[in-house]
Write a protein that binds this ligand. Structure first.
Ligand SMILES: NC(=O)c1ccc[n+]([C@@H]2O[C@H](COP(=O)([O-])OP(=O)(O)OC[C@H]3O[C@@H](n4cnc5c(N)ncnc54)[C@H](O)[C@@H]3O)[C@@H](O)[C@H]2O)c1
Length: 363
């Protein structure tokens, strides 16, 4: 694999999150965005003109014909596969927004296509790049927390009803693939698996209480890990105001650490670290907040972390003297996170826990 002096980047989908990709690539000297596309070609043209980008197209095929080294996929969930397959067939590396797909077969086809084409596939879980998340992971690895025994992810968010009505694809099983689990909690499911290891069993329930949507606005689950550790997950977009997110891990040393994201989109912070005879903690929520922070503000706060993940991906392509290495978050990592949340849906439907065979867990 030879590395070009500057990677030519194409962004597919010019909606809300594309701004994070545009800002991130603008901060990375080894890559430059040369083309954007959107099925809404006017939107692609407006984005290109606003960001000074050479080409704007109405289809991924036209974009790929411009000669692209890296494709950034910023389209709705069920469309990720067609874009990733087209990019792989054209020999372009792919960075795909989460969730990788809305079903496992689709995710597996994407991973296989990129493997067969010899291109790298990275999927966004940019919260792994929070310095605080890295600190928690280091405390697991260096034995301060040690092997996790108990985890908890609490995702208590607000979404205005207009969030679901503004984009036609949001809120249905066919076009969104799920609700709070598929769109918001998947980030923290990924953090749990990153911190606690391979998942072997999931038992959960979903419900739709407040929003007029087909998919769930609320979910709870118990997750069991190959190590024997257990974790709970609770998630909703029906809270007013949002209380943000916390991830809490207790390890075999007895130490407990909690990572908080408040407000949503902000840097994660280690807000509690209890070990030996000490508890260091800091308050998370103020007494009063804006109950309905707009999406552009939330996405805007994520830009540094998108940038960190994109920087890792670009440096992975040219690592080891041009041979490349796997990016920090791979297609199989993203498939594993998807498998966990799909198991909550299945368990909720059947009333029974879903157990993964070791083969499933490693696929
Ligand atoms: N990593 C994060 O924290 C984060 C945050 C927000 C959104 N996202 C993800 O980003 C993706 C896009 O979300 P969004 O909020 O930007 O959605 P959006 O609806 O604002 O934008 C999607 C855009 O894709 C275009 N599009 C649809 N199908 C297409 C196709 N086949 N080819 C080209 N363009 C197509 C639409 O016209 C639209 O402009 C989703 O996967 C979402 O989950 C990730």
């Amino acid at each position: 694999m030879t590395s070009p002096a500057k990677y030519r980047v194409g962004i597919v989908g010019c909606g809300a999150i594309s701004r994070n990709h545009l800002e991130a690539f603008a901060a990375i000297p080894e890559a430059t965005v040369v083309a954007v596309c959107d099925v809404d070609a006017d939107r692609a043209r407006a984005t290109a003109s606003q960001w000074g980008i050479e080409h704007a197209y109405g289809s991924v095929e036209e974009l790929l014909a411009a000669g692209i080294d890296i494709v950034s996929v910023c389209t709705p969930h069920p469309t990720h596969e067609e874009v990733v397959l087209a990019a792989a067939a054209a020999g372009a590396h792919v960075l795909c927004e989460k969730p990788i797909a809305i079903d496992l077969a689709s995710a597996e086809r994407m991973v296989a296509a990129c493997d067969a084409a010899g291109v790298r596939l990275g999927v966004f879980f940019q919260r792994r790049f929070w310095p605080a998340a890295q600190r928690l992971r280091a405390a697991v690895d260096d034995g301060t927390i040690g092997r996790p025994i108990l985890g908890h992810a609490s995702v208590i968010l607000h979404r205005d009803p207009s969030y679901y009505s503004a984009a036609a694809w949001r809120g249905t099983w066919a076009t969104d693939g799920g609700g709070v689990l598929m769109t918001q909690a998947i980030h923290y499911i990924d953090l749990l698996q990153w911190l606690m290891g391979e998942v072997v069993e999931v038992h959960g329930h979903i419900a739709t209480f407040t929003h007029s949507i087909e998919v769930e606005d609320t979910a709870a689950a118990v997750i069991r890990f190959a190590s024997g550790a257990i974790a709970t997950l609770s998630a909703t977009t029906a809270a007013t105001p949002s209380l943000g997110v916390s991830i809490r891990i207790t390890g075999e040393t007895g130490a407990t650490a909690e990572l908080s994201e408040f407000p949503e989109g902000a840097d994660g912070r280690v807000t509690l670290f209890a070990r030996g005879g000490t508890i260091e903690s800091e308050p998370v929520q103020p007494a009063g907040v804006d109950p309905n922070v707009d999406l552009a503000t939330i996405n805007g706060q994520l830009i540094p972390h998108h940038t960190a993940q994109i920087r890792d991906f670009v440096s992975a392509l040219s690592a080891n003297d041009g041979e490349g290495r796997e990016p920090a978050i791979t297609g199989p990592d993203a498939t594993a996170a998807l498998r966990i949340l799909l198991a909550v849906y299945e368990s909720s439907r059947t009333g029974r826990p879903v157990t993964f065979s070791r083969e499933d867990a490693l696929a």
